[in-house]
Structure formats: structure tokens, C-alpha cells
Design a protein around this ligand. Sequence first.
Ligand code: 5AD
Ligand code: SF4
Length: 464
Amino acid sequence: MPAPQDGSASPQGAKALVKSYGCQMNVYDATRMTDLLAKEGYGQAAVEEDADLVVLNTCHIREKAAEKIYSELGKLAVTKRERAQAGRDFKIVVAGCVAQAEGVEVLRRQRAVDLVVGPQSYHRLPELLSQAAQGRQLTDTDFAVEEKFRELPQPSRAQIRARGVSAFVTVQEGCDKFCSFCVVPYTRGAEISRSVEEVLAEARRLVESGVSEITLIGQNVNAYRGEDSGGIIWPLERLFEALSGMEGLHRLRYTTSHPVDMTQGLIDAHGALPKLMPFVHLPVQSGSDRVLKAMNRRHRAQDYLDIVQRLRAARPDIALSSDFIVGFPGETDADFEETLALIREVDFASTFSFKYSPRPGTPGAEREDQIDDEIMRERLAVLQALVESQRQAFNAATVGRTVDVLFEKPGRHEGQIAGKSPYMQAVHVDGPTEMIGGVVPVKIVVAGSNSLGGKISEGEGEDG
Ligand code: 5AD
Ligand code: SF4
């Protein structure tokens, strides 16, 4: 790659590809990195073959996620060798949580990697890249979240428009909860909230460019405590109140929440703010008090059930989603039965479930009572069969109802458009692409295994 002539980090005509793994926070960071690289003159590559620079924005939450990165890097190393033979340069950057957790180890395991940059420092990507161009592989994994928030690159209107009608806004990052299975407090650092002004300004810019749904994101989004210009601390629901007043913004969501931060104020907001969608992702992990304690979750199963009951009192149609881990060290059959009992009691619309994966450096990994993989597999299958039947039943119950759909994109088939119900269900209808970006009442006529089919309704939607 010839050295850049114009002070930017990119060589002439170079293209970059940022690939994201894991959570929504990474999706958000990846979009920001793409914007940042665009400012440096990098075009956007759709596939690796087209790229001169590939950034892997990595996830470290489970072993499988981390190992996937190393196999991906193996393939990129081959590409790099082939490019070198053809006299072309190819740069490989590892960003995100694997970069943070494993740092210099990444450089050791894969010599083709040019740069390792942690999630708190990607705003310095151009500067770090030009240092790496001088032959240095450097690791930058200092915790500097505040600095990152201050320097987040802002996308242009055209970039926002190209991305569509639904957008994420980071309001909070990091976690102080230290669940005993989880690497996030180590990879993302302590909880920190973005200021109210920054959040509202970013939301305003998005809405002005055509975004009609905003999801506020954070590892512990409901722990949000952002300061306004007068030094007043706002909880999450106050952001929702302010955002509710923005014309053109139709839908508000948030993810991911922790049960201990589920305040009555936030629960009440679900009853008071029609734009706040009736869907909450609230991970519980286990239904056994013994396991919850061992996981350091700081609440009992009954506390979770109480929250669900209060959410339903505030907004009777609210749909619930959760994460589950099976096979945490010491989990007995009886503990697992309690998880199934909780699932039966709540009745979830959608869920994510995982086998426990011991993560180096977490207390769970040190325990001697690790569960056999075979048992974990069996429990996972039982749990997934149960939640799958609940998901199907939830979707089937939507048939015959008229629900508001925010159309996001053309559907898979000619003449179709696709979007989301208030409850995060994928919905497709026959309709004109002009409807994309709008919220339209749709009568649901059929529930497929992964999406609902509907007809655009002539009358008003029953769900406001
Ligand atoms: N093993 C398995 N699942 C995990 N999760 C987090 N850490 C682990 C782990 N070590 C799951 C939790 C969390 C979700 C994002 O990933 O369920 O809520
Ligand atoms: Fe991990 Fe627990 Fe923090 Fe969630 S709350 S990010 S599971 S430590």
C-alpha cells in the first residue's frame, strides 16, 4: 500500500470492510468505525475480496465466539499472503472484546494481524492505523470510555439514510455487576453513561435523516444515569419522555436490561408512553435461587416474576424476552427444573439460550463443579423445545389481530415489504416500497416459523 499523500490514513482508492460479531453494541461500534474510515477516504467494501483493510469487531462472551475469530483470522492470513504475492497490501485489524481481553495474545496467535484495538479506543483508529503502517503492530486496550463518547464520529445524513429507518443509539457502556460467568465487566469496563445532550443530539440527527425507530443500547441500559447540562442526573425513562416529544420518531426501544435496575419509574413509562414499544429483553439466566446466587445476579426468581407482573400491570400486552444459561457450575436437575418452571410461568415471546462457557478470569471458570457437556446439551435441548413452543404460540396468537408494523425494507419476494410488529416479530405484506419508513396497521393472516404474513389494513390499528 503506498503511503497516503493527503494526510488521511487511507491509500488512494482503498476500501475497508468492518465485520461485526456479537451484541448490538458491537453493531453500533462497527457502523461508527465504518463512518470513521469513510472520513479517512476509505470506500466501503461489500466482501473481503474487495477490501484492502478488514476490521473484525469481535465478541468474547463465549468461547465459541472467540474461537470463531481465530479461524476467521486464519482465512484472512491466507488472503494477505496471496495479496502480498500480487504486490498488494492487505491490512487486518482486530477490534472489540477479543482485542480487549486477549490483547497481545492475538498478535502472538496470528502474525498476520496488523493492529489490535479495544472497544474504548476505536475512535483513534485512523491514528493507530497510520502507526501500524510504519510496521508496528500495536495494542491499544486502555479504558477510556469517556474519551470515546466525546469523540464518537458522527455519520453524515446520507450515511444514515442509506442505513434505514431503525437505528441504535449508545447511551451507556460497561458493567459493574460482575455476574460470575461473564467477561463483560473485564472487556467493557465500568458502567458509564453518555450525557443527556449527546444522546438527544444524536437522536435528533437520526430523526432528521429519516429514522423513525430508535433503540437505546447499553450493556446495562437500564442502569443509565446520564447528566444533563444543568448537572441533573436522568434515569432512562426520562430519556424516553424527552424522545417521545420528537416529531417523526415513532418507536422507542431499549436493550439490554438487568432485573435489579428495573425501577418502577421505567416500568411506569411503559404504561405512560405509547411510543415505548411493548417488548422488553430482560435476561434472567436461571430460575433457581441457588444458581442465581452463585451467578451473583443479586436477585431471586420471585423478584423477576414480580417485575414481570408489574410490567404487565403497566402495559398488559407487553411481550417478554430473556437470556438463559444452562449448566452453570453446580447446577442440579432440580435447579434446572426451577428454570423450566419460571419459563412456564412467564411465557416468553422470544429467548436466547446458551450452554455455560467457562471464561478465563471469571469466578465461574475457577469452580471445580463444572457440568458435563452431555448434560448441558440435554438441558439446552429441553429448554429450547419449551421456549420454542412458547414463541410459536405467541406468534400464532397474533393471527387475526391488527398490529402496527414499521416497514423497514423490501421483502424477500417481488412486491413485498417487510418490517416489525410492536413485539419485534418480523412481518411481511404485499405493498409498495413507498410505505418503507412508515408505521401502518396490518392484519396478520398467517404465522410462519420465522415471520408473520399480513394484509395492509384499511381501518385503524388496534394497537395505537
Ligand atoms: N457462558 C454462556 N453464556 C453466557 N452469556 C454471558 N456469558 C456467558 C458464558 N460465560 C450469555 C448470557 C448473557 C448473554 C449475552 O450471553 O445469557 O445474557
Ligand atoms: Fe455480564 Fe452480568 Fe454485566 Fe450482563 S449484568 S454484562 S451478564 S456481568
